[in-house]
Design a protein around this ligand. Structure first.
Ligand SMILES: Nc1ncnc2c1ncn2[C@@H]1O[C@H](COP(=O)(O)OP(=O)(O)OP(=O)(O)O)[C@@H](O)[C@H]1O
Ligand SMILES: [Mg+2]
Length: 627
């Protein structure tokens, strides 16, 4: 990751331009290449016209001061002062028009580059591993992409559309001065331009650090705000609004200081530039004034020099701004390229085949795994789920149950051992083909902020309306959806927060039903449901998992009685295994968990009966505390 240490120096500008070049001159897009060529033609023509503008001004002045001797090239009728004034303005307008033409021709090319790179970054984000995303803050990530994309636009626009033409303009101006007024003027202009550029670069470099601090604090404040709003409910539970506000305000205070400095330093930069240019201008004008007095130059020459210098000051002014923008763009792009450089943790082996899933038998063979090398989570887990059978994994919280599901899905690679599907190591096959055969109902379902229909159809985007309905019925959610005023078109809110936990899970089940994979992975799929609904869903799940290889992770043991094998996981090892009956008979960990849960269920049952008998909530609450 070499880019991490690269600061935004001219080396990285050239590297960035080099990296961007294929996007500016895209193979197979003759239309875009033609645009680049035409834009360049207009650019050059516009600059030649631009140099002509002060000439018309000079001729007009000379003919107004009745000193027309210096206009040798034009036919007599054009020499009328009024015609010259008109011509002067027409040429100015023509030059403006050419510039606009160039910009609009090039806009398409630039935007195409922006889109391509934004697309690449987006795709790369999805290629990166779960670990990366758990560690990064999504708010910060989206800002980096947003700024980086803008940065590309800046670089493309300012280097190609402004810097190159400005250099051409300097060269033309120098030639005009040298030919018409002698080298001494060229020296004055060159020194001024050099000083101006040097000062601008120096001051802008100084401002970059300030600017970075401003960006960092901006990102920081933004992430805090998003995080705080995502945790809206938690904030309320703990009455911590004031604390959240203070935390946010602290970041904003940092931003305030940095932003203020950014503006004051900009003031100094602009002032310094003004002083340098003013000095150069004074020298050139005085030289010209003396020559007019001495009779070696006309008044027209005097205004010509003034006009040419004023004209030059515009791109110069711009070059300061452009330098700042390019540096800024590089800072932003740097971050985005860093992201693009982050290697994906889990990658397909070169030439990985597709998984040939025949029956969907799953096997874990002495699997060792740790998220963090210092803390092993799975310490040699072996089990197998024969094709079409159901194996349940139970055990205390934090034992590593959900980890097993993430490993089967290959969100992480294991340290040693092997995970096989139909005898093929999942590291040898493409991730796409692996994930296509596994249906996952995760422990925490997060939904897209769209309609219920969209979220269900996510399981198989080309599913028909009838298929969606049938899946919803199987998942026991159709009744609920039909009761909603907007039915399947109801929005579920951000992350699906407008649905209850149980409803979200049923949506997740429905979309997995639509996917219809040979292997099913259910993580606590019924944990958020009351006993009544759970039984209904259980029936649905039984139907769905019939004939499918199923791995169930459950807290509620009552849901796994009928599993072909139950594995009790404790501390990353298999503590016990067997059928429900044999485990009960063994009187071990499973049996004690079972007893405890039965007591809890009975208590719940007593409570339910009490609630039905009592009509007064107060009494119920008293009884609850008795229980
Ligand atoms: N991304 C992660 N990085 C580091 N540690 C993790 C990560 N995810 C989980 N862990 C740790 O791994 C252990 C096993 O987690 P896992 O989610 O597999 O537990 P579980 O058995 O599913 O528990 P529960 O029944 O509460 O869902 C936990 O101690 C957890 O803190
Ligand atoms: Mg879990």
């Amino acid at each position: 990751m070499a880019t991490k240490t690269v600061s935004a120096d001219s080396g990285s500008l050239f590297r960035t331009l080099f990296n961007l070049w294929p996007y500016m001159w895209p193979t197979g897009r003759a239309d875009l290449k033609a645009r680049v060529i035409w834009a360049t033609v207009f650019l050059v023509v516009a600059k030649f016209v631009l140099i002509g503008v002060p000439y018309f001004f000079k001729w007009a002045t000379d003919s107004l001061s009745r000193d027309g001797a210096a206009v040798p090239l034009l036919p007599a009728f054009l020499l009328a002062p009024v015609m010259l004034v008109v011509a002067y303005n027409v040429v100015r307008i023509l030059q403006l028009g050419l510039n606009q033409l160039r910009d609009s021709l090039f806009a398409r090319v630039g935007q195409h580059a922006v889109r391509q790179l934004a697309y690449r970054t987006f795709v790369h984000m999805h290629d990166l591993s779960l670990r990366f995303h758990l560690e990064r803050r999504t708010g910060g990530l989206s800002r980096i992409i947003e700024r980086g994309t803008k940065g590309i636009e800046t670089i493309v626009r300012f280097t190609i559309l402004n810097t190159a033409p400005t250099i051409l303009e300097f060269a033309l101006t120098a030639v005009v001065f040298a030919v018409a007024y002698g080298w001494i003027y060229v020296v004055v202009v060159a020194v001024t331009v050099w000083l101006y550029t040097w000062f601008t670069v120096w001051a802008s470099d100084w401002r970059i650090t300030i600017r970075r601090e401003m960006n960092d604090s901006d990102t920081d404040a933004n992430t805090k705000a998003i995080d705080s709003l995502l945790n809206y409910e938690t904030v309320k539970y703990f009455n911590n609004e004031a604390m959240e506000a203070r935390r946010f305000d602290k970041s904003m205070a940092r931003y305030e200081v940095a932003a203020t400095q950014t503006w004051t330093s900009l003031g100094w930069l602009n002032f310094g530039q003004g002083v340098i240019f003013g000095a150069g201008m004074t020298v050139a004008m005085v030289m010209s004034a003396l020559e007019v007095q001495a009779g070696t130059q006309t008044i027209g020459d005097f205004v010509f020099i003034n006009a040419l210098l004023m004209q030059l000051s515009m791109p110069l002014n711009f070059i300061g701004f452009i330098y700042r923008e390019i540096r800024q763009g590089l800072t932003d792009i740097e971050k985005m390229f860093e992201l693009l450089d982050v290697p994906a943790e889990v990658v397909d082996r070169p030439g990985a085949r597709s998984l040939a899933a025949t029956s969907g038998a799953v096997e874990f063979r002495d699997v060792h795994f740790a998220y963090d090398p210092n803390r092993p989570i799975l310490k040699g887990v072996s089990f197998s789920v024969p094709a079409g059978k159901t194996v349940a994994i139970v055990g205390p919280s934090g034992a590593g149950k959900s980890t097993i599901s993430r490993l089967l899905f290959r969100f992480y690679d294991i340290q040693s051992g092997a995970i096989l599907i139909d005898g093929q190591d999942i590291r040898d096959v493409s991730q796409d083909s692996l994930r296509a055969v596994i249906g996952m109902v995760p422990q925490d379902t997060v939904l897209f902020n769209d309609t219920i229909a969209y979220n269900i159809r996510y399981g198989r985007p080309d599913a028909s309306e009838d298929d969606v309905r049938r899946a919803a019925e199987l998942a026991q959610i159709a009744g609920f959806i039909d009761k909603l005023p907007e039915g399947y078109q109801s929005m579920v809110g951000e992350r699906g927060l407008k649905l209850s936990g149980g409803e979200k899970q049923r949506v997740a089940i429905a979309r997995t039903i639509l996917k219809a994979p040979p292997i099913l992975m259910l993580d606590e799929a019924t944990s958020a449901l009351d006993t009544q609904t759970e039984q209904e869903i259980q029936a649905a799940l039984d139907t769905v998992s019939r004939g499918r290889t199923t791995l169930v992770i459950a807290h509620r043991l009552s849901t796994v009685i009928s599993a072909d094998e139950i594995i009790v996981l404790r501390d990353g090892r298999i503590a016990e295994r067997g059928t429900h009956q044999s485990l009960l008979a063994a009187r071990g960990l499973y049996a004690s968990m079972w007893d405890r849960q039965r007591e809890a269920t009975e208590a719940e049952e007593r409570l339910r009966v009490a609630r039905e008998a009592d009509e007064l909530g107060v009494v119920v609450r008293r009884r609850t505390s008795e229980v």
